[in-house]
Design a protein. Structure first.
Length: 164
């Protein structure tokens, strides 16, 4: 199965839906931020400043249900920022409709995100997080459009939109 096959995308979409179920979250939840980041807060502080949905995504590496984010329909010019600390992460010019149900981008802003290896759920994936707070954003796949060929599959709950 090639990385760009429709079957694989459908599988990932189903997987995302499954990961959003309560039982799955209990199995896969783990600390998002490994190591030190410029923005550090205790779990209690994050729980105070984030919504329950944001905390689940950013701090517990959760996955929102596909086709639920209002940002899927955000087509204005502007910047998508980290919901936790406001760091500019993606320019609207790099957003595209992947059909997966999650906001998708083909390139992050310079130095905006970091990546780590994610072997949860029996797959090898590349996890994407905010470079400033370490908050989990989503994953990056190699079946995106030109010019990078990358697909940053990002949870809308981890983002905010700042119009230009
Ligand atoms: Zn952040």
């Amino acid at each position: 199965m090639s990385a760009s096959s429709p079957d694989r995308r459908r599988f990932l979409a189903l997987l995302g839906a499954g990961a959003a179920l309560p039982f799955a979250s209990a199995c896969t939840a783990k600390p998002a931020a490994k190591g030190r980041f410029p923005v550090m807060k205790t779990e209690a502080e994050w729980r105070r400043t984030l919504t329950a949905e944001q905390f689940y995504i950013l701090r517990e590496e959760g996955t929102e249900r596909p086709f639920t984010s209002p940002l899927l329909k955000e087509h204005r010019k502007g910047t998508f920022t980290c919901a936790a600390d406001g760091t500019a992460l993606f320019a609207s010019s790099t957003k595209f409709d992947s059909g997966t149900g999650w906001p998708s981008f083909w390139k992050p802003l310079p130095k905006a995100v970091g990546t780590s290896s994610d072997r949860s759920l029996g797959m090898s994936r590349t996890e994407v997080h905010c470079s400033q707070c370490g908050g989990h954003l989503g994953h990056v796949f190699d079946d995106g459009p030109a010019p990078t060929g990358l697909r940053y599959c990002i949870n809308g709950d981890a983002l905010k939109f700042r119009p230009a």
